[in-house]
Design a protein around this ligand. Structure first.
Ligand code: PLP
Ligand code: COI
Length: 355
């Protein structure tokens, strides 16, 4: 799909960046100077522009607000020691956004608009990209249905928007997770494999119940039997059992994580045994019982590699080996960080330099 829309740029009069310590801000609460917007109407993307980040006037009848015709992506830009800004595997996010768009009956965004808008935005807001060891600029591209209409139908107008925010760690500490066996995140034939807004809204109540019991996150299980683990919060799940890296195989109930794919690629490169298949909670707990469960972690863009220190299941907590002993996940975490920060050779060609 090609489209060469001219991007009109309206720069902020005075940058707000000096109001913040970008290397030390809470996740997702302080937004960079500018945002990119493209508008869809009459069957085509019509207008593309960059404006100062601001609230947008929307009707309370805007269809995205009522029926959740809304999708998003999450990606990051990194700054190396020389001050150069690069994106991590942006085309994967572009492709996944359009996969989500198709499933939610929304128009796909042409690559020229996605990448063109993103690169212009990052050039303007480069000062917002943290340079600290674990810092990055979190990028949130999203599409919302904008018809002012209460009838339930696919909207005829949309906005594709990109906003960004400096980000440090999503989880400040390793996490305790609770295996959820009552509620579920996704069903076959549903939208679990895409980043539809409703997937996240529906997760909040079970997560709140888990948090009230002292866990940070839930492990979602399959909706039919609640026997097989799927994901944890906004992360794909990985285990090291014996000398094998195990992760649930992809299906239409699991988001195909770009971090997941990157972790598997590195594991393959290092000659690690990998199994992508159904994993039952019983198998994990049996491995815990016989001492072969060495590591458990979640992986995702915001969370990076989040170590799991304890798994709660049916009223009992199963504590895992100390984080310092986890050879694979510590190595993969460090390697990903070094690739992203330009500290080691990017053999996989994952980084795209912006400027
Ligand atoms: N699973 C869910 C439900 C997510 O929201 C995310 C975050 O994007 C992931 C997995 C990890 O995907 P990625 O590594 O592409 O960020
Ligand atoms: C991401 O990791 O990019 C996510 O989508 C998580 C986000 C919902 C905070």
């Amino acid at each position: 799909m090609t489209s060469t829309l001219e991007i009109k740029i309206n720069k902020i009069a005075k940058s707000r960046v000096s109001d913040y310590d970008v290397n030390n801000v809470p996740f997702g609460k302080c937004f960079s100077d500018h945002m990119f917007i493209a508008e869809y109407a009459d069957g085509a993307w019509q207008k593309a522009y960059i404006e100062p980040y601001q609230n947008v006037p929307l009707s309370y009848a805007t269809s995205a607000l009522h029926y959740g015709q809304a999708i998003f992506e999450g990606m990051k830009a990194y700054k190396n020691d020389a001050g150069e800004v690069s994106l991590f595997r942006p085309i994967e996010n572009f492709n996944r956004l359009n996969k989500s768009a198709i499933r939610m009956a929304m128009p796909e965004v042409p690559e020229e608009i996605f990448m063109g808008g993103l690169i212009e935005l990052l050039k303007l807001d480069a000062a917002w990209v943290p340079q600290s060891e674990t810092g990055s600029l979190y990028i949130r591209p999203f599409i919302i249905a904008t018809d002012e209409a209460i009838g339930v139908k696919a909207s005829e107008t949309y906005k594709f928007i990109i906003i960004t925010c400096p980000a440090g760690k999503y989880y400040s500490e390793p996490i305790k997770v609770l295996v959820e066996t009552n509620y579920f995140r996704a069903v076959h034939g549903g939208v679990g494999f895409v980043k539809a807004a409703g997937n996240y809204g529906r997760s909040l109540y079970p997560t709140k119940l888990a948090q009230q019991k002292g866990y940070q996150q839930v492990i979602w299980t399959d909706s039919k039997t609640h026997q097989y683990v799927e994901e944890s919060g906004t992360m794909n799940l990985m285990f090291v059992i014996g000398d094998t890296l195990l992760t649930p195989e992809l299906s239409d109930t699991i988001l195909s994580g770009i971090t997941r794919n990157s972790v598997l690629s590195l594991a393959k490169l290092w000659g690690m045994k990998i199994e992508e298949r159904k994993i039952s909670i019983r198998e994990v707990l049996t491995a815990h019982g016989n001492g072969t469960l060495k590591e458990a972690f979640g992986c995702g863009t915001a969370a990076t590699i989040a170590q799991i220190v304890s798994i709660g299941y049916e009223g009992k907590d199963y504590d895992l080996p100390a984080v310092e002993t986890r050879k694979f996940s510590n190595k993969v975490d460090e390697t990903l960080r070094n690739i992203r920060k330009g500290k080691i050779k990017d053999e996989m060609n994952w980084m795209m330099k912006v400027h």
